[in-house]
Unconditional design. Structure first.
Length: 115
């Protein structure tokens, strides 16, 4: 009998499910945005501002961005794990990616709630 010891980070099914869930959230948001834009018709800056001044739309947009960044994190992390072979380089790339994505999330929140 062979005893198999599984080691490693344990990524796999959970990350696959998270990527599908975040993709679904982004798809639903896209549909909501298209409906809102269709209802608005052609408009200028004030019309766009009115759409995103609504608390529901602000929340949905922020949820979209968080989903996007989480989706990107999983994909880019897998790229770094597969192709960045020196451990030090991989660590630096992962930290830089995580820092950029957290910064982008903060920037998105600042923009959305500044309206």
């Amino acid at each position: 009998m062979i005893n198999r010891i599984v080691v490693g980070a344990g990524y796999g099914l959970k990350d696959w499910i998270v990527q599908r869930a975040t993709a679904l959230i982004m798809a639903v948001y896209t549909l909501i945005l298209l409906v809102a834009l269709g209802a608005m018709g052609p408009g200028g800056y004030e019309a766009w501002r009115a759409i995103f001044a609504n608390g529901f739309m602000q929340f949905m947009t922020f949820l979209f961005f968080v989903s996007l960044f989480w989706h990107v994190w999983i994909g880019v992390r897998d790229i770094w794990m597969d192709y960045a072979k020196p451990d030090g380089l991989r660590l630096v790339l992962m930290i830089a990616t995580a820092a950029a994505l957290v910064g982008y999330a903060g920037w998105a929140a600042k923009i959305l709630w500044r309206l």
